[in-house]
Design a protein around this ligand. Structure first.
Ligand code: NDP
Length: 417
């Protein structure tokens, strides 16, 4: 249970200045990455790429398609299918209810895309207007963040996020002022976490695969493209299949819903995480079967660590009395798991995720560093996230956390860090 909300004193992400800069820096990074990827030679020597005109970045029809996508995902979320579960207790002891139907939303989306393809709809459109789609999503996420901030001003103190209640407008706007903004039973953060962006990422990858076949006149997608699509499809399907596990993540229990998560969920995830597939359309790479097999094994190892670590923690949080599990008790009543992967390193789920990130970039070969942006960024993100989490856990669990650190000395990478 998070402590009852009080003013946030320790500012993260570089404080007021850092968060102000990030509001501009994050959209600029997405734009530059996509522009770089479109260049014939995307090497660092060709940075910065020429900027397109403002008019060419915006098209009303593209924005309309984006809105339609968002609307349909919202509709799928509202369908009364799938079980309803309770989240972890809030600071006031209350538990929110969440409907688990992300996987159904994915199946319905697959059926809808399949139908469109059957009727010869050109998914290629997504590739042709990729940057315009990213701009539309960014504009939407900015409007959504402004709405979230305005409505959070009326939220009761106990509904505010422990980390986004500094009283500084820009900081709270960025990190998210309200913890679980809802319209009726529609949970905006929970919805955005796993639906429009994550499912959108798979659709974008598929569009890239089809674009590759069309542009290079291939009857089959390249092996590299198949690997990237399959690995990332597995990741997304896994997240949706295990949707309930998102309820014990930092995003849901600690972070408020503001620009950081809105932009992250709706722009960064679908448009940056699909960079390898976007890159492969313009920069094909032929890889051999043995290389493909080795990369697949690496991805499977990463996935195994990631999935089993997340499931172990989730099962423990939901059923702490399981006699098979040993843990360090803490003064809050919650234990710290020391069996399984959580007794190996302190954030084994991050380790698995990073191994997978590497496997997603390797099919793009070694001609350019651009497709490795994801793995480099992801290591930085997770090392920073791990430090944030350590800080929170130290505050929450005090001596018990120190005992855990002594027993499990490595943070993410065994024998390294
Ligand atoms: P975690 O799911 O690891 O959550 C951290 C929390 O877990 C801690 O605050 C603590 O919360 C609890 N915890 C830590 N150690 C223990 C322990 N030994 N025993 C029991 N509970 C423990 O982190 P995230 O929410 O950051 O990540 C969830 C998943 O999402 C990860 O697999 C991560 O790799 C992935 N991820 C992916 C991203 C992407 O962009 N692809 C971005 C961010 C994350 P408490 O004690 O309060 O329960």
């Amino acid at each position: 249970m998070e402590k009852p909300s009080s003013k946030t004193k320790e500012l993260e992400f570089g404080g007021r200045f850092g968060t102000f800069m990030l509001i501009f820096l994050l959209p600029a990074t997405v734009l530059y990455l996509l522009l770089m990827c479109k260049q014939d030679d995307p090497s660092l020597m060709n940075f910065p790429p020429p900027l397109p005109t403002i008019e060419s970045l915006w098209e009303a029809k593209v924005f309309g398609v984006f809105l339609l996508w968002f609307f349909f995902q919202a509709l799928f979320y509202l369908l009364p299918i799938g079980k309803v579960v309770e989240g972890l207790p809030l600071s006031n002891g209350r538990k929110l209810q969440y409907r688990i139907n992300g996987f159904y939303a994915f199946v319905l989306t697959t059926a809808a895309i399949g139908t469109l393809l059957y009727f010869q709809f050109e998914l290629h459109y997504l590739y042709d207007h990729f940057i315009q789609f990213a701009v539309s999503a960014a504009a939407f996420s900015m409007v959504l963040s402004i709405y979230l901030y305005i409505r959070s001003l009326k939220a009761p103190e106990e509904d505010l996020a422990p980390g986004g209640n500094s009283g500084y407008l820009v900081y709270d706007f960025f990190t998210g002022h309200e913890l679980n903004p809802r319209i009726g039973s529609f949970d905006l953060k929970y919805f955005c976490e796993l639906r429009p962006g994550l499912i959108g990422w798979v659709v974008i990858n598929l569009a890239m695969l089809l674009a590759e076949m069309k542009i290079h006149n291939q009857s089959m997608p390249s092996l590299s493209m198949i690997l990237v699509n399959s690995f990332q499809l597995l990741y997304v399907v896994d997240a949706l299949w295990n949707e309930e596990a998102v309820l014990t993540t930092m995003d849901i229990i600690h972070d408020g819903f503001g620009f950081m998560l809105a932009f992250g969920d709706l722009v960064w995830v679908p448009f940056v995480y699909s960079l390898q597939a976007f890159y492969l359309v313009g920069h094909p790479i032929a890889i051999s079967w043995p290389v493909a097999a080795a990369i697949t094994i690496l991805n499977c190892i990463g996935y195994y660590i990631f999935r089993s670590a997340n499931s172990q923690k989730n099962n423990f949080r939901r059923n702490p009395a399981d006699p098979k599990l040993s843990f360090i008790p803490t003064a809050t009543g919650k234990g710290l798991l020391v069996t399984g992967w959580w007794g190996f390193v302190r954030h084994p789920n991050y380790l698995g995720d990073i191994i997978m990130a590497l496997a997603w970039s390797l099919p793009c070969g070694f001609n350019h560093i651009l497709p490795y942006f994801y793995v480099i960024y992801f290591i930085c993100l997770l090392v920073h996230r791990e430090a944030r989490d350590e800080h929170h856990c130290k505050k929450k669990y005090g001596l018990a956390w120190e005992r855990y650190c002594q027993r499990v000395p490595y943070r993410i990478f065994p024998y390294i860090y």
